[in-house]
Design a protein around this ligand. Structure first.
Ligand SMILES: [Ca+2]
Ligand SMILES: [Ca+2]
Ligand SMILES: [Ca+2]
Ligand SMILES: [Ca+2]
Length: 737
């Protein structure tokens, strides 16, 4: 719905009088539903008409301009900042989208050419060196040679499967307790995986679109597709989004294909249950173990784990330029993996000549503490990285009901919190490439598609409420999943093993349902729980919220961050990869509340998260007030340094707040330049508004005086064009859904 204000009348009799009116208006804001009007300034004693002298005209002009400046000063705190993106002025965010769309297409084309070259180099390498590396890997561990760069082969490792079930997703389905009808119908999810999904599988038939012509049928890909979207002919195999359409790709050429899928198919979500191998990889039987580290960087530990390398950088560049697209990535199954010791085993290094055996020994993946085993893609800042857990048949009933799967990859990634979430893992059967079913695999490969399917249901619900022209930002989808997750681990807040916890489908869809604009112009509430705003370089966003003593208050800020300058290979470098360092704080009874932070130092990785100060490494920040008062709090969003790009889109998720209605009307109006008027109205942060006008009060053909603007404060002032030849207009402000 949209809500309109009553119209606001602004009319000039002559210019000087109009300016006088504006000043009166500004200094005594009215309580009428119309903006203030006031008596004209008296004309003075001499009633005989005469033309002003040139000196008088000059003085009048100067006085006018002084009043415009005075008026502009009044509006300044509330005036929406001019948007500048990468040095260019922009009128609307749609223009930013367009710049990013073009860049995304260019990235896709560049990546496609780069990957072709890399694949050709890989073919030459296998021909010259023998192809045993590409083929003779550990049994049961699917690896595929996908390229050859900088003297090293590059593989994709498909991450194995784990039985999975979804906490509370069934409540979103038709017949569920929420009264919704979510099934993924009408939506599309992308899968990049080991090969072709069996499109004729009874569980998937009619909903698989082969997008890249991959021809090799694959169990792993078919099973991932099944976990997302199996119809449920076998009820044990039913997918989370059981009526979604799946665009199927093999992972070869992924970074060229993903941008095209976003640009051409408006893809919103994709699942990636693979990455490049790192550390120890091999079979339990002991003959094919390979260590993927680089001994010139560190002998004991593979620097690739948690390192922000070319894979993370490449994916983040894509996602930054695709603001409505979120890839979900499996964290990896790496913790604790190590070749059996004892000195009789032939251990090979990935960069060793064929057949040459080494007898050195490297740390088990994750060392003795089991931290820092996120594979290269999952390190990316802008994806949602998923680890694997198991749950009892009854589902979540507190942190102790969640058991981390022992090999699930863990953070930190650089110094950041990863994985982002963990997803469950017990009791699901999925589709296989022979038309039957698979049971009993183990790995984060199955946890990721559980989350992908669940997010798909949320996107479907959001589209039901707001239409497809109003997509949630990728950072809002990710932020919502993090915000509404169930608490896991030994301490409150995030940790490096479970991330922010276990997604809760019901709680997430609850915030989507409650995040609507309702009421009338005299009392309305706008989008109280999910706010998408733009932080302009040098600015601060602040607004008040009402707490309640009956519920914990939680506020999450999530943003899709630009890519940093590429890092040189190093073990656990401390150069931050965060580019735009936004800071979220809340002030109110009890003082200042800071976001969660973890300590990435090797000896402190298991410590409880702290809330003592700013978080300078993560692009998700969350303030949690455990015992709020029935009182007003202020949310502050600031930034350090200069914002790359000149602006940063941010998603704010809020819960445990009591929405306070406002009146929608224009409260102030005045001339602020020779050809400019400024209007002001009370606003909700994150809500979109438009100013419109008509020439005659009886007219009904409202014309836009402004493009859509998103409020970033509790009052918003906007400039509109003023013309002396058309000095008589009626204005209104409306909300835009
Ligand atoms: Ca492909
Ligand atoms: Ca590391
Ligand atoms: Ca926790
Ligand atoms: Ca920060």
């Amino acid at each position: 719905m949209h809500i309109e204000s009553l119209s606001c009348h602004y009319r000039t009799r002559n210019l000087v009088t109009a300016i006088g009116l504006s000043v009166v208006l500004l200094l005594s804001p009215g309580s009428n539903t119309q903006a203030q009007d006031a008596p004209p300034i008296p004309d003075g004693g001499d009633t005989r008409p005469r033309d002003p002298t040139p000196e008088e005209l000059e003085r009048m002009q100067q006085a006018e301009e002084a009043r415009w400046r005075h008026n502009a000063e009044f509006f300044r705190p509330w005036l929406l900042s001019e948007l500048v993106y990468e040095g260019e002025p922009v009128t609307t965010l749609a223009e930013v989208d367009e710049v990013q769309r073009k860049r995304l297409m260019q990235i896709g084309e560049d990546n496609r050419l780069k990957q072709q070259t890399s694949q050709r180099a890989a073919e030459d390498w296998t021909t010259s060196e023998g192809n045993f590396r590409a083929l003779d890997h550990a049994p049961g561990q699917p690896f595929k040679l996908v390229g050859f760069d900088e003297g090293r082969p590059r593989y994709h490792k498909y991450l194995g499967l784990h039985e999975a079930t979804v906490t509370k997703a069934t409540e979103l389905w038709p017949g569920g307790s929420l009264g919704l009808t979510l099934s993924g119908a009408g939506t599309t999810v992308g899968i990049w995986d080991a090969g072709d999904v069996l499109a004729t599988h009874a569980e998937l038939s009619g909903r698989i679109v082969d997008k890249d012509g991959a021809t090799v049928l694959d169990d792993h890909a078919t099973s991932v597709a099944g976990t997302i979207g199996s119809a449920g002919a076998n009820t044990a195999a039913k997918g989370v989004a059981f009526q979604t359409t799946i665009h199927s790709y093999d992972s070869d050429g992924d970074t060229g294909e993903m941008p095209a899928a976003v640009a051409n198919d408006a893809l919103r979500l994709s699942n990636h249950s693979y990455s490049e191998p790192a550390g120890w990889q091999g079979s339990g039987s002991g003959q094919n173990w390979i260590w993927y580290g680089d001994t010139s960087i560190n002998f004991y530990e593979d620097y690739h784990f948690g390192f922000y390398g070319p894979e993370a950088h490449g994916i983040d560049g894509i996602v930054y330029n695709a603001p409505y697209y979120l890839p979900v990535w499996a964290a990896g199954n790496e913790t604790g993996r190590q070749a059996p010791s004892g000195g009789t085993l032939g251990n090979e290094h990935i960069d060793a000549p064929p057949g040459q055996l080494f007898f050195d020994f490297h740390n088990q993946n994750g060392g003795t503490q089991g931290y820092d085993t996120i594979l290269p893609h999952g390190v990316a800042k802008n994806v949602l990285t998923v680890g694997a857990v198991s749950l009892p048949p009854g589902g979540y009933s507190g942190p102790s009901s969640v058991t981390l799967w022992s090999s699930s990859s863990t953070g930190p990634a650089d110094q950041r919190i990863k994985p982002d979430l963990v997803a469950p893992g017990v009791g699901v059967t999925s589709s296989s490439a022979n038309g039957g079913y698979i049971t009993g695999y183990t790995g984060t490969s199955q946890a990721a598609p559980v989350v992908t399917g669940l997010l798909n249901l949320w996107i479907q619900r959001h589209t039901q409420l707001h239409g497809s022209n109003r997509p949630l930002l990728n950072s809002a989808v990710k932020g919502l999943a993090i915000h509404t997750a169930d608490e896991c681990g030994a301490h409150a807040g995030p940790d490096y093993k479970h991330g922010w916890g276990l997604p809760n489908a019901e709680r997430g869809v609850g915030l989507i349902n409650a995040n609507v604009t309702t009421g009338t112009s005299s009392s309305y509430v706008a989008k109280p729980h999910i706010k998408e705003v733009v932080l302009v370089n040098g600015s601060t966003i602040s607004f008040t919220v009402r707490g309640t003593s009956t519920q914990m208050m939680k506020i999450t800020a999530a943003w899709t961050d630009p890519t940093p300058y590429p890092l040189s290979p190093a073990l656990n470098p401390t150069t931050p990869v965060l580019v735009n360092n936004l800071d979220l704080r809340v002030t109110g009874p009890g003082g200042t509340f800071h976001p969660w932070s973890l300590n990435p130092a090797p000896g402190n990785r298991g410590d409880a998260a702290s809330r003592n100060g700013d978080n300078d490494v993560d692009n998700v920040e969350q303030v949690q007030i455990d015992n709020p008062s029935d009182a007003t709090y202020t949310v502050w969003l600031t930034h350090k340094g200069a914002l790359e790009g000149g602006l940063q889109r941010v998603s704010l998720i809020l819960s445990g707040i009591v929405p306070q209605p406002k009146e929608l009307r224009i409260t102030h109006i005045a001339q602020t330049g020779a050809n400019q008027m400024t209007l002001q109205f009370p606003s909700f942060v994150g809500q979109s508004y438009k100013i419109q006008y008509i020439e005659e009060v009886t007219a009904s053909n409202w014309t836009d005086a402004t493009p859509e603007v998103v409020a970033v404060a509790e009052n918003t002032a906007v400039n509109v064009a003023y013309s002396q030849t058309n000095p008589h207009r009626f204005y209104r402000v409306i909300t835009v859904d």
